[in-house]
Design a protein around this ligand. Structure first.
Ligand SMILES: *Cc1c(COP(=O)(O)O)cnc(C)c1O
Length: 408
């Protein structure tokens, strides 16, 4: 079949400023500078929240593991790809998350899709937050369970939807703990109470919170005091922990079920042992050196104070600067670039077309002069009345699908 239609679709994306093109990063993350197109910019665009991705201890752990185990793992975990480092990392993750067990996946994306499809099927109901990550959306679609999108962060909406509970065999409530594009936390205590009251499973995706939030770095479930009320915790090793891979933590039965019915666990090659070694080193650092997350939490509080009154909500290290159109978002990103700052513009399909934004992400080890410069540019942008009026993160944006049962 001819692929000419793709050229037309691409031209359509280009006309709308939606076409995304790769830029090659010419520097490692070591310095906190990101070198793009020949210029070094202060990096406000990565998910390397604790600055671990280039930490010498992770690098050394990888070097040693590659020397001992080679690079590839050569098979899926259940065949022969599961080695001593995989087992140690799963045990350490379970210990860290204070659960009975944990299972490793090659990405957080794979962990979400596998967990949701293993836990639900036809005859079941999934209640999914409107702003959940794409991997959760795909898991819901592939599960063939009825999926209902609830209004972002709205536990009352979840309660109303649970009025239909008795029509379904099992019900899964699924949410990001810390939302990736809006930087706000889910109402986890309310959701945990509803899950208990209505006999539902509760799954929380901690991709942006593991290592970063909570007194011990266990994530938003620790920060919000609901560790025991959450049945399924998904995390990633690729953001705060600076490496690659994902995991699910929970009861021993849950993990045994995922090893048998999680499709990415069964049908995809295990992570390289060296990747597990890097995450073991990262976990050790998270446990023994709270200063990294404390630095980050301090930076968040400082920037929140500086941005007070500027219509930029700061609840976490992810700060959405809503601008409306993609043109506005791209112009503002360019303005940041000229000020020596890398702040990515976020456009469809990551967010709805009228909610384009800059996504500022803070990291441990940022220089105060760089955050000051960021704040200064945001003030100028604000003074130029560049903020889209009325665009508030978390406002219902897709009322047509919110609340409708989609028999996917
Ligand atoms: C990034 C992200 C994932 C996917 O994690 P990867 O390890 O990058 O595949 C899952 N959920 C959320 C909320 C994310 O932001």
């Amino acid at each position: 079949m001819s692929l000419e239609w793709i050229a037309e679709e691409l031209a359509g994306l280009r006309r709308r400023d939606w076409l995304r093109e790769l830029r090659v990063r010419e520097s490692p993350h070591v310095t906190g500078l990101v070198q793009l197109d020949g210029t070094g910019l202060a990096d406000f665009g990565s998910n390397d929240y604790l600055g671990l991705s280039a930490d010498a201890r992770l690098v050394e752990a990888v070097r040693r593991a590659v020397g001992e185990h080679g690079w590839g793992s050569a098979a899926s975990p259940l065949v022969s790809g599961y080695g001593v480092l995989h087992r140690r990392l799963e045990e350490e993750l379970a210990c860290f998350m204070e659960t009975e067990a944990a299972a490793l996946f090659t990405s957080g994306f794979a962990a979400n899709v596998s967990a949701i499809t293993a836990l639900t099927g036809p005859g079941d109901l999934i209640l999914s937050d409107q702003l959940n990550h794409a991997s959760i959306v795909d898991g819901c679609r592939l599960s063939r369970a009825a999926t209902v999108i609830y209004r972002h962060g709205d536990a009352e909406h979840v309660r109303a939807l649970l009025g239909e509970r008795s029509q379904f065999r099992r019900v899964l409530i699924v949410t990001d703990g810390l939302f990736s594009m809006d930087g706000d936390f889910a109402p986890l205590p309310e959701l945990a109470a509803l899950a208990a009251e209505f006999d539902c499973m509760l799954m929380v995706d901690e991709a942006h919170a593991v290592g970063v939030w909570g007194a011990s770095g266990r994530g938003s479930i620790e920060l919000l005091g609901v560790r025991s009320g959450v049945d399924v915790v998904v995390g990633t090793l690729s953001k705060g922990l600076g490496g690659i891979g994902g995991f699910v933590a929970g009861s021993a039965d849950l993990i045994a079920w995922l090893r048998n019915r999680g499709r990415h666990y069964l049908f995809s090659t295990a992570l390289p042992a060296a990747a597990a070694a890097a995450s073991l080193a990262a976990l050790g650092i998270v446990k023994s050196e709270p200063r990294h997350r404390e630095q980050l939490q301090t930076a968040v509080r400082r920037v929140a104070g500086q941005l007070a009154g500027l219509e930029v909500p700061v609840q976490s290290q992810i700060i959405p600067v809503l601008l409306g159109s993609e043109r506005k978002a791209l112009e503002t990103a360019e303005r940041m670039r000229q000020a020596g700052l890398f702040v990515p513009a976020i456009r469809p399909p990551a967010v709805p077309a009228d909610q384009c934004r800059l996504r500022v992400s803070l990291r441990a080890g940022l220089r105060p002069e760089d955050t000051d410069r960021l704040v200064e540019v945001l003030r100028q942008v604000r003074a130029d009345a560049a903020f889209a009026s009325g665009a508030v993160p978390g406002k219902p944006v897709r009322p047509s699908c919110a609340g409708s049962i989609q028999a996917r």
